[in-house]
Design a protein around this ligand. Sequence first.
Ligand code: FUB
Length: 369
Amino acid sequence: MNRPPLNLLACAVLVVLAACSSKEQPAADQASADQQTPAKAKREYLSQPLVSEIYTADPSAHIWDGKIYVYPSHDIDGTTPEDDLGAHFEMRDYRILSMDKIGGPVTLHPVALDVSQVPWADKQMWAPDAAKKNDTYFLYFPAKDRQGAFRIGVATSKSPTGPFEPRPEPIKGSFSIDPAVFTDNDGRTYMYFGGIWGGQLQRNTTGTYDPNGSKTDLQADDQPALTAKVAALGDDMLEFSEKPRDVVILDENGKPLLGGDHDRRFFEASWMHKYNGKYYFSYSTGDTHYIVYAIGDSPYGPFKYTGRILEPVEGWTTHHSIVESEGRWWLFYADSQLSGQTRLRNVKVTELFYNPDGTIKTINPFVSP
Ligand code: FUB
């Protein structure tokens, strides 16, 4: 029997392959995928990871004695499957980054605090922040206790890069995640904190952690949204000096943002900075992936929702901090550029610009084509 010519065989194989692939993907999806793939492949990141030796996220930046210190989470490649409550963020320790100037070499310091050193903490050392008072540095960090409730702990050191010595108990009256500590010009220090869903704010509405409380905020779309908390710290920087109160974020009509307003309502990742005498409270909208901000006249608020700082990055989460260095403003943030995986992030920095009216120019984490 005559064999068919090779080019005919090749054509037949191609036809079969094409038929198989069109069975896996509907034609419309295939067309849109074809349109998206080249664009996605061409996407260029606005900035590059600060370090690639380890995975880092949640960068809280501070400038002390002319040097820039970044306090990030240290992401690890754990085995827990991804869920809506962030069980896959299994971090166990903190390592600090420092640099003399933005754009210069970055030093990755050794472990500053490990979960095994913290008597009350069980797991999930999430987004930290730091503060300095006199000659002491304070590291504030959330972790789950043995009941599975997030609390916020504090550890001290004489060096900004640690090692830090943890207090034996969490801060009294603390709950939830993502502490961000801000010292005002009058020397008073405030902690902003909280996060919904995995951050458990919706399980702390009565003042006591309810392990059976709701997993999300999705049941209360027409109610004022759950929001961040703020409390002043005492002179020793180790405890709250008052009961935490709500960080109220108002819409354009002076009404609190509603739970259903997912593009604007608070989710997690509080930060506070001051610009031209105004207080800028910024945060992540979580499931819609924006970093947004609201402006107020007092560190307690209320704050008026003003706009977006950062459009969605690659990956599910981002988390930020804003600092001024040598007269320029910088946004530290994180994405998943190095790994392509939500649980393994890397911190970055880019310049942030204000408009003459004090609003912030929205940043696209990708270079526009
Ligand atoms: O890194 C764990 C959690 O993911 C943080 O606490 C949140 O802000 C989000 O970045």
